[in-house]
Design a protein around this ligand. Structure first.
Ligand code: KDG
Length: 316
């Protein structure tokens, strides 16, 4: 039995070693990333059992994506290899410290051809959580249908769904995004949104008020990530919790939301209360920003102990 099963597209990510416009970049670092596999990896580092369902090209980059995710201890037994479409790629452009742009080369990719027939219902039914994002339904009609089939499977088996809207404006129009994300959100038990997404979905600028509006739409728990200001959560009882962010020197912030989600979910899996789960989420979110890639900064369970008030910080 897996703690968290997730599905989505993961890609090879190329990041220039220097800041500036991408057109001038000639040296790149290669990473593997995807919002959903990032969450699975974050949980796996903390000792949880996770599985990632996705589709990659039957090509070298597909082999790279799967080897990397498998190497992090995530189960990849459900991955489909597509003979007819390539693995997606994206570039990060670090325009200057503080501004990162993302350029996707994923239209028609293998990941965007994920289809409902790729889902094994039994695999999802046995999970403690199904984690979904709003990226997958933006990729293609078959991806959107896959998301709805996964939601039906989870609902029927009473597997709670955690959902991150992960708004990606480069992938779809705002109106369509808002309507699909709200439909998905209504089926979720736990929503993990950034403050920008909470405002986008509700039209409400105040994060707590936005969280309450989102909760009224269905989910029992709503978390709003406030970036450098920490995170807040509204629980089933309606009580509000808030925890400040971990103070770190930020190198690059992409992936911090996924890391937070992994930490928060780990807290929930350990049956911690909302405040403790927020704290763990903030620890992972903060540590993820200390490196250029999405997942390299994610801690093991032993490594989070000092931040939880346990052991001393020097390891010798
Ligand atoms: O959350 C980080 C992701 O944005 C990144 O890894 C790429 O999955 C990705 C996406 O679709 O934007």
């Amino acid at each position: 039995m897996l703690d968290v099963v997730t599905l989505g597209e993961s890609m090879v990510q190329l990041t220039p070693t220097r800041t500036g416009l991408l057109r001038y970049a000639s040296h790149f670092e290669r990473f593997v990333a995807g919002a959903e596999s990032n969450v699975a990896i974050g949980l796996s580092r903390l000792g949880h059992r996770t599985g990632w369902i996705g589709r990659v090209g039957a090509d070298e980059l597909g082999a790279c994506v799967v080897a990397s995710i498998r190497g992090e201890g995530v189960d990849v037994s459900q991955v489909v290899y597509d003979e007819e479409a390539p693995t997606g790629v994206y570039f990060k452009e670090r325009r200057h410290p503080g501004l990162t742009r993302v350029y996707y080369y994923r239209a028609g990719s293998a990941g965007s051809r994920l289809a409902p027939s790729n889902l094994d219902a039994a695999y999802i039914r046995e999970a403690r959580y199904l984690h979904l994002t709003g990226i997958t339904p933006a990729l293609s009609t078959s991806c959107r249908e896959t998301v709805w089939r996964a939601i039906r499977i989870a609902n029927e088996a009473q597997v709670p769904i955690s959902f991150d809207p992960n708004l990606r404006r480069r992938l779809w129009a705002e109106e369509e995004a808002r309507s699909v994300l709200l439909e998905m959100l209504a089926c979720a038990h736990l929503v993990l949104a950034s403050v920008e997404e909470a405002v986008f979905l509700t039209g409400e600028d105040d994060p707590e008020a936005a969280a309450r509006i989102l909760q009224d739409m269905g989910p029992g728990q709503v978390v709003v990530r406030l970036g450098a200001d920490g995170a807040l959560a509204i629980g089933e009882s309606g009580a509000l919790e808030y925890k400040p962010a971990l103070a770190v020197d930020v190198v690059e912030a992409v992936g911090a939301g996924d890391a937070f989600n992994a930490g928060f979910l780990a807290g929930q899996l350990r049956r911690w209360d909302l405040a403790q789960s927020l704290h763990l989420g903030n620890i992972l979110g903060g540590l993820a920003t200390t490196v250029p890639g999405d997942v390299e900064g994610l801690p093991t369970w032993a490594e989070v102990q000092p931040y939880l008030g346990g052991d001393e910080m020097v390891d010798r």
